[in-house]
Write a protein that binds this ligand. Structure first.
Ligand SMILES: NC(=O)c1ccc[n+]([C@@H]2O[C@H](COP(=O)([O-])OP(=O)(O)OC[C@H]3O[C@@H](n4cnc5c(N)ncnc54)[C@H](OP(=O)(O)O)[C@@H]3O)[C@@H](O)[C@H]2O)c1
Length: 243
């Protein structure tokens, strides 16, 4: 496929790394010079050019700009009726994208995660699932999303990853100050959390770690008494409401 990418930042770079060996012809916008030229150096089938040339040379265009910046940037560019656009932008609905890429078709919203670079990642998709599957699978798993409100809820909920990572980071630092090989703590804790949750629903893990007076129960309850659950719900509600 001839694939063009407008906005070659963090997530688009991960996508390119994930699909570049599938034989596509990939064209990147030169604006994101650091990422774009590094990818062109890495893969023979990746080239770099102006935004308009990216569009002119492509049948499928991935837009990975910040949603707020996209209307101004795309307004100056010309799309064709035979092109399909996949938006990677969190916070722009399919209707929003359709309005700024006409006469091209806004085919899908695809929200990948950085793990797509090496495969084995989940990809949230609204719209033309088959088009996204042709790019992202079998290496990754597509999660189809029904409508705008479900997408907004998933986008808000996935943001739990950063606070979870912060909890592990702070616990690692706490542990490092107390043990003889501090560098082992991060790997130990990440493996503990990831392997415990990989195949078991979170509620069951909480129950299994609910021994009365046990360390897990005591730490969880002390965090809950400090308002952790209310703060989480307020934060998620705020993201969903775009506050
Ligand atoms: N990061 C994630 O994990 C993730 C996951 C799913 C979806 N997304 C979505 O993907 C989008 C991009 O996120 P990101 O984290 O990849 O951000 P990012 O690294 O800041 O990428 C945005 C890119 O847009 C480029 N850009 C700005 N103005 C441009 C223009 N006029 N023409 C062409 N390119 C231009 C920037 O180039 P310069 O560097 O030169 O300014 C930058 O490389 C967002 O809408 C986000 O919601 C992100």
């Amino acid at each position: 496929m001839r694939i063009g990418i407008i906005g070659t930042g963090t997530i688009a770079s991960a996508v390119v790394r994930g699909i570049a060996e599938d034989g596509h012809q990939i064209t990147l916008s030169e604006r994101s010079a650091r990422h774009a030229y590094a990818l062109a150096e890495e893969f023979d089938n990746v080239t770099v050019t102006s935004n308009q040339e990216v569009i002119d040379r492509s049948d499928i265009i991935l837009v990975a700009l910040m949603a707020e910046a996209a209307p101004n940037i795309l307004r100056d560019l010309s799309f064709r009726t035979d092109q399909q656009v996949i938006s990677l932008m969190g916070g722009a609905s399919l209707a929003d994208v359709a309005a700024i890429v006409a006469p091209a078709q806004a085919s899908a919203i695809m929200l990948p995660f950085p793990g797509i670079a090496s495969g084995g990642s989940r990809v949230l998709v609204q719209g033309d699932g088959d088009l996204v599957r042709s790019l992202a699978t079998p290496a990754n798993t597509v999660y189809m999303i029904e409508n705008d409100s479900e997408m907004a809820a998933y986008i808000s909920a996935q943001a739990v990853l950063s606070p979870v990572a912060r909890l592990i980071e702070d616990t690692t630092a706490w542990l490092a100050a107390r043990v003889t090989e501090p560098e082992r703590g991060d790997g130990f804790l990440r493996h503990l959390v990831a392997s415990s949750l990989a195949k078991t629903p979170a509620g069951i893990v909480v129950e299994a770690l609910n021994t009365p007076g046990g360390f897990n129960q005591r730490l969880r309850q002390s965090l809950e008494e400090s308002g952790m659950r209310e703060a989480l719900r307020d934060g998620l509600d705020g993201l969903e409401a775009k506050e």
